[in-house]
Design a binder for this molecule. Structure first.
Ligand SMILES: O=P(O)(O)OC[C@H]1O[C@H](OP(=O)(O)OP(=O)(O)O)[C@H](O)[C@@H]1O
Ligand SMILES: Nc1nc2[nH]cnc2c(=O)[nH]1
Ligand SMILES: [Mg+2]
Length: 153
């Protein structure tokens, strides 16, 4: 990936809250399913904003750092065809994870905070569009570190 898009906790929280707004009224949902691990962070915000306490996971592993490998389903929420459930991930990139989710739960509402063009049409709703050549650096993968002043370089 040639570019980088850095996301802070504040920005992530703001976008996730906006995603929650699009899911009103909350009474239409039986529960939320987080696509672990990335989707856990947005799922927490959605659950809080919508007052939903039934939160499940579907656990999928597909990337080893920034290289995508074979997709493995480690745990599958038992929610039938997904009708009445919101499934949330942090982002769609190639769309491979989203395709697997759609296959497992064809009637669920699938939403993400970020979407790149290759996966955008696989999600029902997303907040921020990111170019395909850009790596999204999420806040849970970063830390605050000291930067030496210019005069010391
Ligand atoms: O559209 P795709 O190309 O499939 O990529 C999107 C997926 O990649 C990341 O998860 P990852 O597999 O890295 O696992 P993690 O959520 O546990 O970090 C991200 O959280 C999405 O689930
Ligand atoms: N953090 C992060 N994980 C990803 N998984 C697939 N694409 C991305 C991305 O751009 N950023
Ligand atoms: Mg993920």
């Amino acid at each position: 990936m040639s570019e980088k898009y850095v996301v802070t906790w504040d920005m992530f929280h703001m976008h996730a809250r906006k995603l929650a707004e699009g899911l009103l009224p909350a009474s239409q949902w039986k529960g939320i399913v987080a696509v672990s691990r990335g989707g856990l962070f947005s799922a927490g915000v959605l659950a809080r904003e919508l007052g939903i306490r039934y939160v499940e996971t579907v656990c999928i592993a597909s990337y080893d750092h920034d290289q995508q490998s074979e997709l493995k389903v480690l745990h599958k929420a038992e929610i039938g065809d997904g009708e009445g459930f919101v499934i949330v991930d942090d982002l769609v990139d190639t769309g491979n994870t989203a395709r697997a989710i759609r296959e497992m739960y064809p009637k669920a509402r699938f939403v993400t905070v970020f979407a790149k063009p290759a996966g955008a049409e696989l999600v029902d709703d997303y907040i921020i569009s990111i170019p395909q050549n850009t790596w999204i650096e999420q806040p849970w993968d970063m830390g605050i570190s000291f930067v030496p002043p210019l005069s010391r370089k």
